[in-house]
Ligand binder design. Structure first.
Ligand SMILES: Cc1ncc(COP(=O)(O)O)c(C=O)c1O
Length: 455
């Protein structure tokens, strides 16, 4: 069966009825947005907090639960785009932040958390040196600049359908429409935001995921020009797409054979897939690693890992890798507690246990209702992909009708499960606080969705 075999007429009807159920539950959110709208553009803090049907304003969180300003309680599988694998308001992290705040919230001078955090990250990700930043965007910005600084080249290769943050060097071909992507051998470098100069697009060559031959073509067509390739080792913004065996090592070999560098964007995979992120899961150590989200226990965070050689220009002072808030004491305190005390090796056994419950339960629903979709993921990350054929790259996912994931989102939302925005086939994330019962709720809701769409 293909996606087209979902009855889209029925899905439209179900969407209308689920939206009608949802709207009255969010009266406060809808009203407050109008208030915020008076002095905040669009009434939200970030464009991606405005996912249809309407922005939902959150009051508080505790463990695996959050409450919106209307008082609705949810089990949270969104977890702030995967940053909150520690669960909400974890006592050790609350205590660490409180203690740090009482001693002063910012100095723009280094503090004595650096060695412990750096050592832990090196133990996990197998590169020796780190610097800190305040977001995934800053981490990939510095990773790209580090690759350019060390090679003296300007071009970057990126994977179609991956998001690496909102800076001008890389915010291309994130979620392009089918009509604009061009041929697979030469994908169009499509800006994700207006106002991005064409000069930046000219420096970005886009290639499909899981295809070494196409990556090779990019290098062959641009001899001596490519500084490096940045890849999410497992793609997370078009559902979860895992790398095929040998792909990541092949990229590393290809980059090195061409005098270029390989960066892993582990902003979503770091701290979630395994103790050592994608490096451990897939056994490949890249030249540069970008981290953010999960490593900061919910504070604005980022980290860039690399070798002594590649950090040479920074250490010598030829390259200012700077930021007023880099190494901020609140972030450092939260990161230290997160990495040392909360995301300990045994936590990944917990993620694997709940992941198995999720995968077994959802897969048996898919089988029972003969739905054209499958379940995938690793560790704390997973997703249902609404395609019967395995999705290996963005182009396999771009044809999937978004109404299906929207309806699945509505079913969960109306039944007490907060999922990440449906627009990008978003993944679920598990936290240390999630239980098998939480997973069973997700599965039961999914079964109601399955029964409705197939009846
Ligand atoms: C893989 C990846 N890289 C980078 C980023 C950017 O991180 P931030 O939103 O913290 O700037 C994101 C954000 O979702 C991401 O998913």
């Amino acid at each position: 069966m293909a996606t087209t075999e979902f009855d889209l007429g029925k899905i439209d009807e179900l969407i209308a009825s689920e939206e009608a159920t949802l709207e009255p539950k969010h009266r406060e959110s809808i009203a407050y947005r109008e208030v915020a709208n008076r002095h905040v553009a669009g009434g939200v803090a970030s464009s991606w907090q405005d996912s249809p049907p309407h922005a939902i304003f959150i009051d508080r969180g505790q463990g695996s639960r959050i409450w919106d300003i209307d008082g609705n309680e949810y089990i949270d599988f969104h977890l702030g785009y995967g940053a909150m694998v520690v669960g909400h308001a974890h006592p050790l992290i609350v205590e660490a932040i409180k203690r740090a705040a009482e001693r002063g919230t910012h100095f723009a001078q280094p503090t004595k958390d650096l060695d412990v955090i750096g050592e832990n990250l090196s133990d996990r990700f197998k590169v020796p040196l780190w610097r800190f930043a305040n977001s995934g965007t800053e981490a990939t910005l510095e990773a790209i600049r580090l690759m350019r600084a060390n090679t003296g080249r300007d071009m970057i290769v990126k994977i179609e359908g991956s998001y690496h943050g909102h800076h001008d060097s890389i915010m291309f071909s994130v979620a392009p429409n089918r009509s604009e992507i061009g041929p697979r051998e030469h994908p169009v470098t499509v800006p994700q935001a207006m106002g991005t100069p064409q000069a930046f697009a000219d420096l970005v060559r886009v290639v499909p995921f899981n295809d070494l031959a196409e990556a090779k073509r990019a290098f062959e067509e641009n001899p001596g020009k490519i500084a490096g390739l940045i890849v999410e080792p497992a793609m997370m913004n078009a559902g979860v797409i895992l790398p095929e065996p040998g792909y990541l090592q092949g990229l590393k070999d290809l980059c090195h054979a061409n005098g270029a560098l390989l960066a892993f964007d582990e902003v979503k995979t770091g701290g979630t897939l395994t103790y050592g992120g994608a490096v451990e899961a897939f056994g490949v150590v890249p030249d540069v690693i970008c981290l953010a989200k999960a490593i900061g226990g919910g504070t604005p965070c980022g980290a860039i890992g690399s070798t002594e050689e590649l950090y040479g220009p920074v250490i010598r002072g030829d390259y200012d890798m700077a930021g007023t808030f880099n190494g901020n004491p609140l972030t450092m305190a939260a990161s230290r507690a997160t990495l040392i005390d909360v995301l300990t090796p045994d936590v990944y056994e917990h993620f694997n246990r709940i992941d198995k419950v999720m995968k077994d339960g959802l897969s048996s629903v898919v089988e029972k209702y003969e739905m054209p979709c499958y379940v995938t993921g690793l560790g704390a990350k997973g997703s249902v992909i609404y395609s019967e054929q395995p999705v290996r790259e963005y182009r396999d996912a771009v044809g999937i009708d978004e109404r299906i994931s929207y309806l699945a989102w509505l079913f969960q939302q109306n039944r007490g499960v907060f999922k990440s925005p449906w627009t990008k086939q978003e993944t679920w994330t598990l936290s240390v606080a999630h239980t098998e019962d939480d997973a069973q709720r997700y599965i039961a809701n999914f079964e109601e969705f399955a029964a409705a769409v197939t009846s």
